[in-house]
Ligand binder design. Structure first.
Ligand SMILES: C[S@@+](CC[C@H](N)C(=O)[O-])C[C@H]1O[C@@H](n2cnc3c(N)ncnc32)[C@H](O)[C@@H]1O
Length: 404
């Protein structure tokens, strides 16, 4: 069960708390390095995939290499079907990873925000749908979201036909709230999405005409987001759940094969001619400029004191993000510092905090913190959503596990 809220600052109350709202705007490119630190090298990606496969293989082998006792109970047919499903999934995922690998520079860093295709001997520049920037010295790489399993599940969540319910139930209500509360008029309002994952929400908001900046901590997520937005021109099959051994009704649930992506952002950038959006005459105009992505820890990048990417936004959207914090007050303080007077915070997601987190506020307590900061809640409601697989497919979906 998830909560959705939107809220807006009340300027008078804000002043009462004496918080400065007029820091100079630090433009995205100012002081930014075109350091490719955000991207996995081919070697890193191969290592990440190999370690994923060896863990999955270990688990699968227990199902395949039975003990004498197990052999008495488990029909041979069950074992043979498992071997075939496992081998097929391994082949499918390996082919996809090879495709991503071959899109990476040959263990040589990229040197420009306009991609240089180092492999081809001569440099040629490619326009981007997602422009990634890493600021030197910023912490990069989340512990929980740096695995192949996690990235496969998020590709499934954001870019597969089987998860269109995620777009409908999670992202569409956010886009609807943004359009309602922050309509595009003469300029495209600016939106920041911290912890944007594989950035489908950013794609939807960009398509609706907004100026979108997103931020992602995990290097593997940034690498795959870059692939999906900038390099991917043909679809691939993946088996995103082959490492998920629990709560399966049947083998086909665990080894489900899906085709991704359902949309090609790089094509939207150049030739999208969808139906008119509320802001612009066509989506192709919305994609005339890229979505920007900063890589690294949200607080280090955006805090008002010394965050190199800190600037004002009309709206901050946190979607399944607020509970990823190491310090809840750091997140709240940073989001507050980013919003213009009257700006909008939209949050959707559970409060599924890390065990070690010090301050685990309930939603009610969280609301009181924001009200004390001078915010007014415009809408708070409960939404039922699934994180990836539609509910009812797995045997027990109360607590979705999105990793390993
Ligand atoms: C639960 S996932 C949600 C991803 C995406 N918002 C979605 O709804 O699909 C949380 C995301 O936040 C990112 N994240 C976690 N801690 C972060 C931090 N300190 N700064 C930036 N991103 C972070 C993770 O890497 C992951 O992509």
């Amino acid at each position: 069960m998830l909560l959705c809220l939107s809220e807006s600052k009340v300027p008078d109350l804000k002043r009462r708390f004496g918080l400065s709202r007029d820091k100079p705007v630090a433009g995205m490119a100012q002081g930014a390095s075109v350091d490719p630190a955000w991207q996995l090298s081919r070697t890193d990606l191969r290592r990440t995939y190999d370690s994923y496969i060896s863990i999955v293989e270990k688990d699968a082998q227990k199902m395949i290499q039975l003990t004498d006792k197990e052999k008495l109970y488990i029909p041979e047919q069950v074992v043979q079907s498992r071997i075939k499903a496992f081998e097929d999934a391994k082949r499918v995922n390996a082919a996809f990873v090879e495709k991503v690998l071959s899109s990476l520079p040959a263990d040589k860093p990229m040197i420009s925000t306009d991609r240089v295709m180092a492999d081809e001997g001569q440099e040629h520049k490619k326009r981007q749908a997602l422009e990634l920037t890493h600021y030197p010295g910023i912490r990069l790489g989340s512990q929980s979201y740096n695995t192949m399993g996690s990235v496969l599940l998020h590709i499934f969540r954001d870019w597969s036909e089987e998860c269109t319910h995620v777009v409908r139930d999670v992202y569409a209500p956010i886009v609807e709230q943004v359009k309602l509360r922050l309509p595009c008029q003469s300029r495209a309002p600016s939106i920041l999405i911290p912890g944007s994952g594989l950035s489908r929400l950013a794609f939807e908001l960009k398509g609706a005409g907004y100026a979108v900046e997103c931020n992602e901590f995990s290097k593997i997520f940034a690498t795959f987001a870059n692939y999906l937005f900038n390099d991917c021109e043909t679809s691939s099959n993946i088996c995103p759940l082959s490492h998920v051994f629990s709560e399966n009704w049947k083998l086909a649930d665990q080894y489900m094969q899906v085709n991704i992506p359902t949309k090609f952002p790089s094509q939207a950038r150049h030739s999208f001619s969808g139906s008119p959006s509320s802001c612009f005459s066509s989506l192709s105009l919305s994609f005339a400029s890229p979505i920007r992505m900063t890589t690294g820890d949200f607080v280090s990048l955006y805090n008002a004191k010394d965050g190199p990417a800190h600037r004002k936004f009309d709206c901050v959207v946190t979607c399944f993000f607020i509970d990823t914090c190491d310090d809840l007050i750091d997140y709240i303080q940073t989001i507050d510092s980013l919003l213009v007077e009257g700006g909008l915070w939209i949050n959707l997601g559970p409060l599924n905090y890390k065990k070690e987190l010090r301050l685990k506020l309930t939603w009610d307590e969280m609301e009181q913190v924001w009200i004390q900061l001078g915010y007014r809640f415009l809408d708070v409601r409960k939404l039922h959503t699934a994180y990836h697989l539609a509910s009812g497919i797995k045997m027990y979906t109360e607590q979705d596990s999105d990793d390993e």
